[in-house]
Design a protein around this ligand. Sequence first.
Ligand SMILES: Nc1nc2c(ncn2[C@@H]2O[C@H](COP(=O)(O)OP(=O)(O)OP(=O)(O)O)[C@@H](O)[C@H]2O)c(=O)[nH]1
Ligand SMILES: [Mg+2]
Length: 304
Amino acid sequence: MNENAQQKFGFVAVIGEPNAGKSTLINNIIGTKVSIVSSKVQTTRTRVLGIAIENQTQIVFVDTPGIFQPDMKNKMERAIVASAWEGVADAEALVLLIDASKKIGGSTKIILERLREDKSKRCILVLNKIDRMRPQALLDISEQLNEENDFEATFMLSALKGKGVPDLLKYLEKNMPDGVWHFPEDQVTDMPMRLMAAEVTREKLFQSLHQELPYHLTVESDAWEEFDNGDVKIDQTIYIAREAHKKIVIGKGGAMLKKIGQSARLELEEILDTKVHLKLFVKVQENWLEDEDRYSLWGLDSNA
Ligand SMILES: Nc1nc2c(ncn2[C@@H]2O[C@H](COP(=O)(O)OP(=O)(O)OP(=O)(O)O)[C@@H](O)[C@H]2O)c(=O)[nH]1
Ligand SMILES: [Mg+2]
């Protein structure tokens, strides 16, 4: 960075329905994984920052959990939706990310309604997953949404392939206000490494286990030891809600747990750039979803 040039800074919240590709987009922009991704909805559970630098501008992307109509009886669902809206409150600008390859759902309508009521935020429409679409269908969606709403700009991109992402970044860079950077130049996220390591394992569980099971588990890093030769030893516990889930998570002859451990370890080695020894334990804790401490660990409000 040129020391004498005026610095620019801003928070940009990425909001949208579950599975729209918010975390994929942010990882693509940052160039490394800061937020986990899966083909299932409600993968992201809390706000995650991805910090990008473009020339003189530091842009802090706020990855939010998807916004959906929570089951009011479900404490976790209420807390993650509340956390998503909190991400909006702090931001300079919003990126509303829409999976354009799908029919627009009720949650997007709720978001748009709320944005229409509160015009204080600049909002940029981003249509994602264009790799799955015909151009004409894309233009139709863009036209329809722009007719009904007041967006500052519209972009069409593929977060997965990276197509169109640089244009969005350039636009945001230009439109951030003057301000000093809030984070050191080499920092890419605010998530502590132990939490990040647990998230990597949770991603593999989300990707490997079917149906509802991933929603009934959580992962925690218990021990973290660094050796003189640079190797890192990490012990993690996978908390599950029911004894019956144990068999599935561990798999036949331990095969599932081994597969999950291996892919998490490989990814952690890449992130940490060193050899990793990862040990996974599985524990049944029926009421882990009710445990207040877990919510504060993730920065969630258990009374939302
Ligand atoms: N084909 C295609 N798939 C994409 C694209 N962007 C994301 N995906 C896929 O969409 C799925 C969801 O991506 P995520 O990034 O986890 O979505 P999210 O919006 O963060 O989801 P939540 O955290 O659950 O709210 C994953 O399987 C991605 O690989 C894209 O541009 N094209
Ligand atoms: Mg996500």
